[in-house]
Design a binder for this molecule. Structure first.
Ligand code: FES
Length: 124
């Protein structure tokens, strides 16, 4: 039912963990199931994400989606990274079973939340 890529990212998540002194943090919960994801970013002076880590308390799909979103966002400008969609994440994992599509929301939403928090911290 799960693609090989989902199983690979679930078993060996990329960029799992915490960044000390991050430039931005985004945290979201999935109202459909109560699972939670937190994403940490280091952003350089050119606004490129040069480090990204995640903590996810969720299902296998949520962990695979979290891992994949970090791979899609690393070394990207924040303007590009914030456009990564739920579909981009699911497609990069060779699809998710239909009942698990909502799990990809966590990755995209947490990244967007972190970038939004980064922008608002720069304005203040
Ligand atoms: Fe909660 Fe997948 S069941 S994110």
């Amino acid at each position: 039912m799960y693609s090989d890529k989902v199983m690979d990212h679930f078993r060996k998540p990329r960029n799992a963990g915490v960044i000390e002194n991050p430039d931005a943090v985004g945290e979201v919960g999935n109202p459909a199931c109560g699972d939670v994801m937190k994403i940490y970013l280091k952003i350089n002076k050119d606004e490129i994400i040069n480090e990204i880590k995640f903590q996810t308390f969720g299902c296998a799909s949520a962990i695979a989606c979290s891992s994949m979103v970090t791979e899609l966002a690393i070394n990207k400008h924040i303007d590009v990274a914030e456009k990564i969609s739920r579909k981009d994440i699911a497609d990069a994992l060779d699809g998710l079973p239909a009942p698990k599509m909502h799990c990809s929301n966590l990755g995209a939403d947490a990244l967007q939340e972190a970038i939004k928090n980064y922008r608002s911290s720069k304005q203040s």
